[in-house]
Design a protein around this ligand. Structure first.
Ligand code: GLP
Length: 263
């Protein structure tokens, strides 16, 4: 696992955006580059920088296919808290050459959620899997909407949100946890795990426990993010604030090794 520690949120986002852009540019195969994407506040700076680079002609999305991590059940696209809306508002609408047909987001209004999730896995497989899955993390360590004790082998499916997650996400719903949908469709830990690379953004003091659990904790379904310890291409991009619960040795180790990576 690589852990790339940046001084602050902005630098973390710049690092991640430039890493992703380089991967897209270096993708020489005829098949598209397949990119997994998250919502949440963490990736907003990454989306801004990728959009800037795209508009400046520094990276093209013409041969990129995207799959989003998750979507609330019961929110239509036009709802300003649906992840469909979030992704278009914060990212896709700002790209000059993203093809709408290459965008995949789970439909939280699907009549048959199981069928929707089965088809999503099939669509990912039809592109031979995801090249790079960017993700965020919940304060309880959830990846996508895979709450504590979701199987580390889970696939795309219907999830119930914990009270804790609904309280945290209520900041977008007038501070009313009851207004946050109780369910979501989400890729599984196993779906994320199957990607060639996984890049997780972890920033802020409130994510410090989750970062320590991801990097130093035992692999456990209690912290679904800890599954990444078994992934051969896992990168954590984080800021200093999120490092507060790492041991000093761990913190120094990653700074040291990353300095060498840059040489
Ligand atoms: C939600 C999303 C996750 C996201 C998490 C953290 O629960 N389903 O994919 O990682 O929020 O969001 P934030 O980046 O706003 O802290």
């Amino acid at each position: 696992m690589r852990v790339v520690i940046q001084e602050n949120y902005q630098n973390m986002c710049l690092w991640a955006a430039h890493y992703i852009a380089a991967k897209i540019r270096n993708h020489k195969e005829a098949r598209p580059f397949v990119l997994g994407l998250p919502t949440g506040s963490s990736p907003i700076g990454v989306y801004k920088e990728l959009a800037r680079m795209n508009q400046a002609g520094e990276v093209s999305f013409a041969n990129v296919v995207t799959f989003n991590m998750d979507e609330y059940v019961g929110l239509p696209h036009e709802h300003d808290q649906s992840y469909w809306y979030f992704m278009h508002d914060n990212f896709f609408d700002h790209l000059v050459d993203m093809k709408p047909e290459n965008i995949h987001i789970l439909n939280g209004m699907a009549e048959d959620p199981e069928e929707e999730c089965r088809k999503y896995e099939e669509a990912i497989a039809s592109y031979c899997g995801i090249d790079l899955f960017m993700g965020g993390i919940g304060v309880d360590g959830h990846i996508a909407f895979n709450e504590p004790f979701t199987s580390l082998a889970s696939r795309t499916g219907l999830r119930s949100l914990t009270t804790d997650t609904r309280i945290v996400n209520s900041r977008f719903f007038g501070n009313d946890p009851e207004a946050v949908p109780a369910q979501a469709l989400s890729v599984g830990v196993g779906t994320v795990f199957d990607s060639k690379e996984v890049l997780i953004l972890i920033n802020g003091h409130n994510k410090a426990r989750a970062l320590a659990a991801t990097v130093e904790g035992n692999v456990s379904q209690k912290w679904t993010c800890s599954a990444l310890q078994y992934h051969n291409g896992a990168i954590i991009a984080c800021d200093e604030a999120a490092c507060g619960e790492l041991t000093v040795d761990t913190y120094k180790y990653f700074l040291d090794i990353e300095r060498k990576e840059r040489l």
